[in-house]
Design a protein around this ligand. Structure first.
Ligand code: ADP
Ligand code: MG
Length: 364
């Protein structure tokens, strides 16, 4: 696949709704389409998949024009190399998992196949599930099979519409690590619809926020997550993502040292293997795990203390404020503290503070 961006320009009017988007999305990695119910997320996927013939605009995938209303181009769904995964995995109950995958594979003309029928098997860990029937699968396993079946068709674009929304927290936790690997493993753009902040933080590289059929904001994950004017930073799940590189390991303390633009963080090795130097990881830091101090805390059990500049302070939940901080030029960090503390410390844009970070989670 080339590096040509995925283009989605669509205007579509329904009775009580109008979609009007013009997007150029990265050719690789996962773009999260985030927004409240009814904001037009599924409609965007339907346009990409060729299910909205009346939409005005254009769809260009991997340099191929699938739709262009100005030129009267419209490829029907069956001629678009698109994999589509829904909230409820629609597997054939009368076929085994293997049969389901082969069905996806056989549907694709030989000339358009870019992988074997088992391309997604190891990627999604479903080799052991091949002889089973769909009714013998857990909800998380069903979704993994549905994704592998979509990949078996050699898609040039993978669409996922709230694939985890029907799963409970435990099933969701089980499937997320499989989805995380897709970023690097897949050579195609993935558009992933969700209204869950944690899924965006875990999976997305690029984020598009939709509101009432329009693009409210878009950009790299790390930026969009921490913008205090946007909904992703609202609520208890507010989180910052820092991209860091393993730089060292202290065997004595069993601590992994990670460098990022703006400083260094240390992490207990926990379950993870010690990382090879240079390994890139994503770190998640919950806003509620970051407290602020004007003086450098010396006598504290908190391992990670970063000097930062306050960028913005906004009212959040009752009695609380959300503070966005910059430990480095390209890194943003969110902190949620009480209104009272913010007033006592005089937290305001431009102030230099120390962020004490109580918890850092390594995602990948
Ligand atoms: P989301 O996926 O973000 O929840 P949708 O794209 O499904 O939103 O829907 C956007 C809007 O279009 C909603 O207001 C919905 O009620 C409306 N809508 C969806 N499908 C149809 C349809 N077939 N006919 C008329 N209105 C529809
Ligand atoms: Mg929807």
């Amino acid at each position: 696949m080339s590096d040509a961006p995925l283009i989605l320009k669509a205007q579509l009017a329904r009775q009580d709704f109008a979609l009007d988007v013009a997007l150029e999305l990265p050719a690789h990695g996962i773009t999260a389409l985030f927004g409240p119910s009814g904001s037009g997320k599924t409609t965007c996927l339907r346009v990409l998949a060729g299910l909205e013939r009346q939409a005005r605009g254009a769809v260009v995938v991997d340099g191929q024009t699938w739709q262009d209303s100005a030129r009267g181009v419209f490829l029907p769904t069956h001629r678009r190399a698109v994999g589509y995964v829904f909230q409820e995995a629609s597997l054939f109950d009368h076929l085994t998992v293997e049969g389901n995958l082969r069905f996806g594979f056989d549907r694709t003309p030989a000339a358009e196949r870019r992988h074997g029928w088992d391309h997604g098997l190891d990627l999604l860990g479903i080799r052991p599930l091949l002889p089973r029937r769909p009714r013998e699968l857990s909800g998380g396993e069903r979704q993994r099979v549905a994704i592998a079946r979509a990949l078996a068709t050699s898609p040039r674009l993978l669409l996922m519409d709230e694939p985890l929304a029907a799963l409970d927290a435990a099933r969701k936790a089980e499937i997320l690590p499989w989805l995380e690997q897709l970023h690097e493993a897949l050579d195609l753009p993935v558009v992933y619809v969700t209204h869950a902040t944690d899924e965006v933080a875990r999976l997305a590289d690029h984020v598009v926020l939709l509101d009432q059929g329009r693009v409210q904001a878009q950009g790299a994950l790390t930026e969009v997550l921490t913008r205090t004017d946007l909904p992703l930073s609202r609520g208890d799940a507010a989180v910052s993502v820092i991209v860091a590189k393993a730089s060292g390991y202290s065997p004595e303390d069993q601590l992994q040292v990670l460098d990022f633009d703006g400083g260094q963080l240390m992490l207990p090795r926990a379950r993870q293997q010690r990382l090879a130097t240079g390994t890139r990881v994503r770190l998640h830091i919950q806003a509620r795990d970051v407290s602020l101090s004007l003086l450098k805390p010396e006598q504290t059990s908190v391992l990670n203390v970063l000097p930062c500049t306050v960028v913005q302070v906004v009212d959040d939940a009752p009695g609380q404020v959300l503070v966005s901080l910059r430990p480095g030029d390209d890194t943003q960090l969110l902190s949620r503290i009480s209104h009272l503390s913010a007033r006592r410390l005089g937290i305001a844009p431009g102030l230099r503070v120390y962020a004490q970070i109580k918890g850092v989670a390594m995602v990948r």
